[in-house]
Design a protein around this ligand. Structure first.
Ligand code: 5GP
Ligand code: ZN
Length: 138
C-alpha cells in the first residue's frame, strides 16, 4: 500500500472523515470504524510510516507520550476495568492498514474479547541462543 492509497493518510488529510478524539502537531487519535469494544480508539502518527521499525524515534516518542492521557480518557469514559494497547506490525502480525497505529481497546472483566495467547516453554539453551541472535542485530 503506497502513501497515496493509505486510508490513514487520507484521514489525516481530511479527505476521509473520522470521529476525532485528539490531535496535535504529530499525532491524531480517532475511533476505530470496526471496534472490538466500545471506545476502541486508534492513535496514529500524522506522517506516514508503515510500521514501528520504520518510524523515527522522535515521531514514535510523540505518539507514545500521549498514550497515558488518551488511555486514561478512553478507559475512564468507558468505565473500563482495563485496556489493551496493541500495535500490529506486518501482515503476519495482523496489520491490515500499513500506517503505524496503536489500538486502545477498553476491557471489562470477563468480556471475552481476547483469550490468553497460546504459550510454550523453550528447551534447554534455546532462550540464550535466541537472545544472542537478537543482540547481534541491535
Ligand atoms: P490493523 O489490523 O491494521 O492493526 O488495524 C486497522 C484498524 O483500522 C482496524 O481495526 C479497522 O477497523 C480500522 N480502520 C480501517 N479503515 C478505517 C477507516 O476508514 N476509519 C477508521 N476510523 N478506522 C478504520
Ligand atoms: Zn499513511
Amino acid at each position: 500500500m503506497s502513501e497515496s492509497d493509505c486510508i490513514f493518510c487520507k484521514i489525516v488529510a481530511g479527505t476521509i472523515p473520522c470521529t476525532k478524539i485528539y490531535e496535535d502537531e504529530k499525532v491524531l487519535a480517532f475511533l476505530d470504524i470496526g471496534p472490538i469494544s466500545e471506545g476502541h480508539t486508534l492513535v496514529i502518527t500524522k506522517e506516514h510510516f508503515t510500521k514501528m521499525d520504520k518510524c523515527n524515534s522522535e515521531t514514535l516518542s510523540a505518539v507514545v507520550s500521549v498514550l497515558p492521557r488518551i488511555t486514561a480518557a478512553v478507559s475512564q469514559a468507558m468505565q473500563a476495568d482495563g485496556y489493551n494497547v496493541l500495535c500490529n506490525n506486518g501482515r503476519a502480525a495482523g496489520q491490515l492498514v500499513e500506517h503505524i497505529h496503536f489500538h486502545i481497546i477498553p476491557r471489562k472483566t470477563g468480556d471475552g474479547v481476547f483469550g490468553r495467547w497460546p504459550s510454550f516453554e523453550y528447551p534447554q539453551g534455546k532462550a540464550r541462543e535466541l537472545a544472542e541472535k537478537i543482540c547481534a542485530k541491535l
